[in-house]
Design a protein around this ligand. Sequence first.
Ligand SMILES: C[S@@+](CC[C@H](N)C(=O)[O-])C[C@H]1O[C@@H](n2cnc3c(N)ncnc32)[C@H](O)[C@@H]1O
Ligand code: SF4
Length: 459
Amino acid sequence: MSQINVAGRRAVQVSAMNDTNLIARYDGRVPRYTSYPTAPHFSPQVDAVAYGQWLEALPEGAALSLYLHVPFCDRLCLYCGCNTTVVLKEAPKRLYAAHLQREIALVAARLGRRARVTAIHWGGGTPTSLPGDCLTGIMAQLRALFDVAAEAEIAIEIDPTSVTPAILATLAEMGVNRASLGVQDFCPEVQEAIGRHQSYAQTWRCAQAMRGLGITSLNLDLIYGLPFQTAESVARTARQALALGAERIAVFGYAHVPWMKKHQSLIRDETLPDAAARFAQTGIIRQILVEEGGYVPVGLDHFALPGDAMAQAAREGVLHRSFQGYTTDAAPVLIGLGASAIGTLPRGYVQNASSVPAYNAAIARGEFAVARGVALNAEDVLRRGVIEAIMCDLAADIPPSLHDDAAGLARFVADGLVQWDGHRLEVTERGRPFVRNVAALFDAYLQPISGAPRHATAV
Ligand SMILES: C[S@@+](CC[C@H](N)C(=O)[O-])C[C@H]1O[C@@H](n2cnc3c(N)ncnc32)[C@H](O)[C@@H]1O
Ligand code: SF4
């Protein structure tokens, strides 16, 4: 179990050789398309006043999905690209939780009704770094001010290194029914280089504890492209992940953006695998999850067991993509709560102030904390639909008004990455790793905003 087999290694080498050209030509910096237009195109023109009007204009029966961001961790992992800081003291956490409650009340008041909620997602940072009574207090308030459906998905991101019996009791009281465990990599050398020590046994205990809470949909996050990772080391991690029996596994490419996340500069460039090595790593992980684990590839970077709702949604063409990545949640409105949280409304996107003091200050004044956003026009909506279909279904019908953009498909077709009949495009299995590049053809905003790179590499 601890070594990839020889046949597997040979297959990776051959495929790496075949794909070297592809990697060189498609390894541009392209967005992950968790929204369209993407976040770098948000501007302060969309402000708290616009957000209030957009909330008021929501159709009466629209189901809502809620995202709550907790930007605190007990430690900082060197690779981390999330909006978070190390906070150990309780007082600032309680202060932030109080502001979250105030923001929830502001949203509910502006909606003017007890709106139906079908999904609640706690992300971060590490949501369980908030005191337990804050978490349960916020959930109780959500249930009081919103009509939280009995079957609502209540999901939370968990750091397996910090789960305690008290946290488990809190999760049970919150009614959490989905959990995502951060794993990344089990190799000690990699863990040392990324400043995250997490044993397999610790992770296994955490997964068991989640099962004890009745959680039937468990997700694991893995990362490839981290310092010192090799095809062999990620293969070992992938096999260990299989043994945890999660319903879903997300496999992210390490986004090394030290110009945005200063702490990432502590990861030395020369320890990072190059594009070809990254490509081989994603290939071997995928091979193990699919062939040995029976997982189904979903979109760009997810894998799900065939009976899981995400695999089902992918089969039925009803998968969605939001700021949390791939989701089965079909709610047309996502309300973002907390610092840096992004909301999706029919009229456009809004993002709260990223810094906790700025967020707290706006909410304390009784105002929304929106710092930027973008209003959607008809063309944005059209392009967004095409891009979401490509990212989720790996296929899209291209409306005639976008056929000029589709001209760019020619080289993808020549490379065997896409099939195109003049109306509908279908990304092939060989093209799956390049699905962002295909989507980017239909992105009208993609021209560089400034000289600095904005996105991590495509593969
Ligand atoms: C909020 S964290 C997960 C919860 C918890 N804080 C933890 O670390 O276990 C969300 C996930 O984002 C992913 N992630 C963070 N930084 C990343 C980066 N620079 N590149 C790719 N994935 C990243 C990791 O897989 C991580 O598990
Ligand atoms: S990966 Fe998770 S625990 Fe580590 S710093 Fe980022 S949010 Fe915090």
